[in-house]
Design a protein around this ligand. Structure first.
Ligand code: GDP
Ligand code: GDP
Length: 436
């Protein structure tokens, strides 16, 4: 389920300030991973338990030779096509600007919910000036906010989240794994999906700037039933470079969010590049199962140890994300394609398994006894018991006297022990400490 909030508006009204506020700490977490691109204009937000993707569309439209009108059109089209809710930002300090009217003219063609965000309303006095913007004749409501201080953003978000799809609807596909095949262009995604599904199913759209959502289809192959979120077969020709990057990033995000297990494809002849790491990081952050395919293995010249050495190098680069299986495939020669899909199923099983509290305590308390958390300032941390919480993603709660004294390195130790005994290969796991 992906809920996308797009921020549009002329330069300098405060779009990126609002973006940073909505994305908050979660963006920082994402950017901390090694190799992750820092310059991004999308991120994740959360409000009253609802998650969403925020897109600062302004960041994708740079000043070029185009006249402003063209820029506005592009920016707004991205928002109209991809967004669940559009935030149209204006500036109360400057009041109504002719460019605001140009934006409004394009936005009026959209049937998406639009909110006018009257930014820089830092004081009540300034907030009174929002009246100007009713002249735009647009939007569900006008919200005075101060992106700089955050005031007013809560009321805005309360309204925005009402448009989000909820997940309480009965799902007939419950229990059927949803797989996403993702990776940079040309790694072999379409070839892989085509081979899997046994038909030519590339869809070519060559209208500039058209978008299509990913297609979710249910399949039965190799005797197993699964849903593929297929972004692979979707091709798009566009003249604008930013658009290509924007769409491929957004498609990957959507595919990841809609999946249980991400099959991340790399090109063996190119190795792991920063963008690949970005994709893996996104999947991990979304707590999805992950399988790495090193495809085009047929093109690599091999000696006895090539595969092992390649894998070691790859794991080193991906550290600390090292829990995922790596499979060397050639879609061209059909080498290990079956194994790839089997592994994705195994990862799905791993992700949905529940370990009983008694088993967990039997095994993990012994490990803890053998290697206690280090004492801090003469205080001893005593872990009393462990239980797997009834959450969607594997989460283990450790009940102890002083949860605040547990160090990151000890958390990693516990994670490794859980992995060693219970086999969560390919699955991100969460460890939390609770006071007892
Ligand atoms: P963008 O070009 O629309 O992304 O705008 P920015 O987020 O870069 O902000 C443009 C300028 O407005 C910066 O100098 C910000 O510090 C300032 N700004 C953003 N939000 C507010 C606000 O709520 N109040 C005030 N007074 N200034 C703000
Ligand atoms: P996508 O953009 O990720 O969907 O990649 P495609 O499936 O369109 O593949 C890009 C190119 O790589 C095509 O020419 C494929 O024939 C080729 N290709 C795909 N898999 C393999 C492989 O395992 N080995 C080799 N040598 N070429 C491959």
């Amino acid at each position: 389920m992906s809920n996308i909030v797009a921020i549009v508006g002329r330069p300098n009204v405060g779009k990126s300030t609002l973006f940073n506020r909505l994305v908050g700490e979660r963006k920082a977490i994402m950017d901390n991973q090694s190799g992750v691109t820092r310059d991004r204009h999308y991120g994740y937000g959360e409000w009253i338990g609802k998650n969403f993707t925020v897109v600062d569309t302004g960041g994708y439209v740079h000043g070029s030779d185009d006249i402003f009108e063209g820029e506005i059109r592009k920016q707004v089209e991205l928002a109209i096509k991809e967004a669940t809710v559009i935030l149209f930002m204006v500036d109360v300090e400057e009041g109504l600007h002719s460019l605001d009217e140009e934006f409004a003219a394009v936005l009026r063609r959209s049937d998406k919910p639009i909110y006018i965000v009257a930014n820089k309303a830092d004081t009540n006095l300034k907030a009174q000036f929002i009246g100007d913007f009713y002249a735009l004749g647009l939007g569900e409501e006008i919200f005075p906010v101060s992106s700089a201080s955050g005031s007013g953003t809560g009321d805005l978000l309360d309204e925005v989240v009402k448009h989000f799809q909820t997940e309480d609807v009965e799902n007939p596909d419950e229990g059927v794994p949803r797989l996403a095949v993702i990776g940079r262009p040309n790694v072999g995604k379409s070839s892989f999906v085509n081979l899997l599904l046994g038909e030519e199913r590339n869809i070519v759209t060559d209208v500039a700037g058209t978008t299509r959502d990913s297609i979710n289809s249910r399949y039965n192959a190799f005797g197993m039933e699964f849903i593929i979120t297929d972004t692979a077969g979707l091709r798009r020709k566009t003249k604008v470079h930013e658009d290509i990057e924007f769409y491929s990033v957004l498609r990957s995000i959507k595919a990841i969010e809609e999946s249980d297990v991400c099959i991340v494809m790399l090109d063996a002849t190119r190795g792991l590049e920063a963008q690949d790491m970005n994709i893996v990081g996104l999947a991990d952050k979304n707590r999805k199962g992950i399988v790495i395919l090193v495809n085009k293995w047929d093109l690599v010249e091999k000696e006895t140890n090539t595969m092992k050495a390649y894998e070691e190098q790859l794991r080193e680069k991906m550290a600390p994300l090292t829990y995922m299986p790596i499979i060397f495939t050639s879609v061209l020669t059909k080498q290990r394609v079956h194994k790839a899909i089997e592994t994705a199923f195994q990862v799905y099983k791993n992700k949905t398994q529940k370990i009983s509290t008694s088993k967990l305590n039997d095994v993990i308390l012994k490990e803890i006894e053998a290697y206690q958390p280090p004492a801090i300032k003469g205080k001893f941390v005593k872990i009393k018991y462990i239980t797997q919480l009834p959450t969607h993603n594997p989460t283990f709660a450790f009940f102890c006297n002083l949860p605040q004294y547990i160090k990151e390195s000890y958390t990693r130790f516990l994670e490794n022990k859980i992995r060693k005994h219970f086999g969560f290969e390919g699955v991100p796991i969460n460890i939390v400490f609770r006071k007892k």
